[in-house]
Design a protein around this ligand. Structure first.
Ligand code: ATP
Length: 280
């Protein structure tokens, strides 16, 4: 099946700044990918290109088989910015009815859309009285107009409390189960790890890593720290149940440099020990 989104060797420059450097990725229907990276990594630039808002310099981009910005691509993609802005004097129902009319859709869908994002009870309240999480839900309801095949969400949960975040991701789970592909940006790895299928890490405009968090951990050989609290009286049994680390790996780099030569520590561990040597 053709992927919902295909990006191949995408490059974009702003003067001297290379905002995207030969980035390639695909996103199939029903899959959720999180785009992570520091400020200035290129996340927004990539989203703007997918939406057809800015041109690109090299490579190829296909949104549901069409060029970004074309009428068929625009009909298939919806976008939720980080900070949604609605008229505070309008009710949720009035605001959404307005967007439905702009899209040429039946206003009869309004309550169904609001109920879908958990706002049925507040439909007749003014948006000025909504919490940030509720406004974000109005934004999500707006993106659902016309049943888009690709959702592009720019830091959709920033500023939301933990319960609102969980509820928001529950909504996304439902949409992806129906076949909507979702590309969202975030700064919070721990938040997206359990709620997306793939993590894409951009750095300086290049896609430097891609996979599940477990894949990325394995590839980077990151240490795994476990905090285990034994039940009362079970500590000795717990300690004996865990394998002991090899003695050379734990002790040798704690010794002065002259005795480290034959150690079995990993190069990364040796480097960190060299930075903070323990004198004996
Ligand atoms: N219109 C523009 N003109 C000049 N440079 C730009 C423009 N838009 C983006 N850039 C530059 O391109 C690079 C990537 O910016 P981008 O906004 O895509 O990063 P980002 O990952 O979305 O960052 P943030 O997390 O802060 O939103 C940055 O160096 C930025 O300064």
């Amino acid at each position: 099946m053709t992927p919902t989104l295909t990006i191949s060797r995408l490059t974009k420059r702003f003067g001297d700044v290379e905002a995207l450097k030969a980035v390639s990725l695909t996103l199939e229907a029903g899959r959720r990918a999180a785009l992570l990276g520091h400020n200035g990594a290129g996340k927004s630039t990539m989203m703007k290109i997918i939406l057809g808002l800015i041109p690109y310099d090299g490579g190829e981009v296909s949104v549901c088989g069409s060029a970004p910005g074309s009428s068929s691509a625009r009909a298939a993609v919806a976008y939720l910015p980080e900070n949604v802005a609605f008229h505070p004097a309008l009710t949720g129902e009035e605001q959404l009815r307005y967007y439905l009319s702009l899209r040429g859709e039946s206003p009869r869908q309004v309550m169904e859309l609001l109920s879908r994002v958990g706002l049925g009870h507040a439909a007749r309240r003014r948006i000025g009285t909504y919490s940030k999480g509720m406004r974000q839900r109005v934004g999500l309801a707006q993106t659902l107009i016309g049943k888009p095949r690709l959702l592009v969400l720019d830091e959709p949960t920033s500023g939301l409390d933990p319960v609102s975040r969980r509820d928001f991701y529950d909504l996304l789970d439902g949409l992806s189960a129906e076949g909507t592909a979702i590309l969202l940006s975030s700064h919070v790895l721990t938040e997206v790890e359990a709620r997306t299928d793939r993590i894409l890490i951009l750095s300086g405009g290049a896609l430097v890593a891609e996979g599940t968090l477990a894949d990325l951990r394995t590839r980077a050989a990151l240490p795994v720290a476990l905090l285990v609290r034994p039940a009362p009286g079970r500590a000795p049994a717990l300690v004996s149940a865990f394998p002991r680390p090899p003695p050379a790996a734990t002790a040798c780099c704690a010794f002065p440099a002259r005795r480290r030569r034959s150690c079995r520590c990993s190069p990364a561990y040796r480097r960190s020990a060299a930075r903070s040597p323990i004198s004996t």
